[in-house]
Design a protein around this ligand. Sequence first.
Ligand code: 13P
Length: 294
Amino acid sequence: MAFAAGCGLSNRTSVFRQNVSSQTSISLRPAKAPRQVVSMAGHGKFFVGGNWKCNGSKVMVDTLVAELNAGTIPSDVEVVCAPPSLFLERVNNSIRHPTYAVAAQNCWTGSGGAYTGEITADMLSDMDIPWVILGHSERRQLCGETNEIVAEKAGYAISKNVRVIGCIGETLEERESGALWNILATQMEAYKSTVTDWDKMVIAYEPIWAIGTGVVATPEQAQEVHAFLRKWVSDNLGANVASKLRILYGGSVNADNCADLSGREDIDGFLVGGASLKGESFVQICNAQTAMAK
Ligand code: 13P
């Protein structure tokens, strides 16, 4: 595997300890190339998620799946596509496995019943959908999902063996006021209160000001937050969890900016919105590390 060479847990642990020592100042350390990925029990792979949000039709979904199936994805990159729930089965039945896995974009807080309009983690599991995105800022802001609701969903999904892409992120006002560190820590604290198996969790840091705006965080801004998060995880969940947890960046990632971001030590992948709707650009993003190594 091209980027797995020679980086054991202890190396990675010491690297993030160095990084987080400057958590409140922007790291100007140059991108490391090639990136070294911890290879550990199936974890540590660079991870790219495609969040299709509320987009698609039968024709559009079939076209996108055909484009993805025609793409070349490095074997050391884990790729998960999240279509709208109505298309989950269609995509799961047509997308190339195991290159790609499929995720839902939401699920209910617990088991099923009189919850009109909802789907449960039990149903995802039953339909062989291995992942779910939870806590996306659009659901927090548009659907009123609180930290507590998101955490309840995450804990339940993981208890049903559905892996979780847990999103967190701050608004521009929170960043500019300096409140972001508390906001992010509180969002992480909520996940900590319910998640019992962090091997089944990835965290997606998605600054709200970068989502769908074309204003991508600079690699320095993203790395600074990712290092902060890894230190938070180390302090609160232990160094072992911190060294294994994939922390994704999301917000205006595209084929042009992905290589630079992917070179940062604590950026373990991406959660991609708009650029995941075009097969060619999404496949390019999945190859960000390869582009970095050139
Ligand atoms: P964009 O890539 O369109 O900014 O969306 C990011 C996102 O919200 C992924 O979940």
